[in-house]
Every structure is written in C-alpha cells, then in structure tokens.
Design a binder for this molecule. Structure first.
Ligand code: 4NP
Length: 150
C-alpha cells in the first residue's frame, strides 16, 4: 500500500487489510506500506488517522513510515497506489514490464478503470479520515475476495 507520506492513507490501508486477514485466519499474505516521499520516514501514522483507526476497531499504533524502494518490486506481487501521482512515482522506479504490471490504483478494485483517487486527508478536516477509511474498507474487501480467497 503506497501513498505520498506513509502517515495517512497507506498505513490505514495496510492496517485494515492486516486486520481482516488476521481475523479470517489468513497467514500466508505479507502486507506492508510505504510512501513515495521521504518526508515522514520513521514517524508513526498521523494522530487523526490513528484516532479513526481506533474508532473503527483497527490498530495501527505500531506502524512507522518508510519510503518505497525498488526492492519492493521483488518483495510484493501487488503494489497499490492511493492516487495517480503515487502511481506515476512508483511506475517511474519500475525497470521491467513485470514490475509495472504489479502497480495498481487501489480504487480501481471497486470501480475498474475509473482511476479515482483516495483523497489526501492531510490538509483537510477530521471527516476526511473516516471517508478514507470507508473507501479502503471497501477496496480491501474486494482485494481479499479477488486475490486471497482463490
Ligand atoms: P499520505 O498523506 O500521503 O496519505 O500519508 C500525506 C501526508 C503528509 C504530506 C502529504 C500527504 N505532506 O506533505 O507532508
């Protein structure tokens, strides 16, 4: 799960997916998140995102921001970008078609080819965080049905 800062959208995407996999007893899937930027490396998720997580029964307190690195193309089968800018930044680091094909816009799992963005809540109000949670809750349900329960 990849966004810009790895403190708002991608940590909650990782947290929701991890939470669902664990509660469904699925142990063979590795999850992680990263930011395309180095702005917040080492930081915990934004306190507003942590509060929204707790209100929705998801624990992301242990997560710490890191920057996306080209080695992530080897580590992961699927790389989900939160918006088109994240997508473009990840694609720019890809060296093969195989690597490029791993990269997806996450909301296309809900609405294929619509190319919608998970809105960046960083500069907005608190309600933006619940909206992000709800979008990613829906997208992770599709991901589990489509790629995990095969
Ligand atoms: P994120 O949100 O990409 O969802 O983690 C942001 C966090 C920090 C900044 C931008 C977006 N920033 O510019 O510092």
């Amino acid at each position: 799960m990849v966004c810009l800062g790895n403190i708002c959208r991608s940590p909650i995407a990782e947290g929701i997916l991890r939470h669902k996999l664990k509660s469904q007893g699925i142990t063979h899937v590795e999850t992680d998140s990263a930011g395309t930027s180095s702005f917040h490396v080492g930081e915990a998720p934004d306190r507003r995102m942590r509060a929204t997580a707790i209100q929705n029964g998801v624990d992301i307190e242990d997560l710490r921001a890191r920057q996306f690195v080209p080695a992530d193309f080897d580590r992961f089968d699927l790389i989900y970008a939160m918006d088109q800018s994240n997508y473009n930044n990840i694609i720019a680091l890809a060296q093969t078609e195989d690597e490029k094909n791993k990269v997806r816009l996450i909301l296309n799992e809900i609405e294929p080819e619509a190319n919608k963005a998970v809105p960046d809540p960083y500069y907005g109000g608190d309600e933006g965080f619940q909206h992000v949670f709800d979008l990613l809750d829906e997208a992770t349900n599709v991901i589990i049905e489509k790629y995990v329960k095969r």
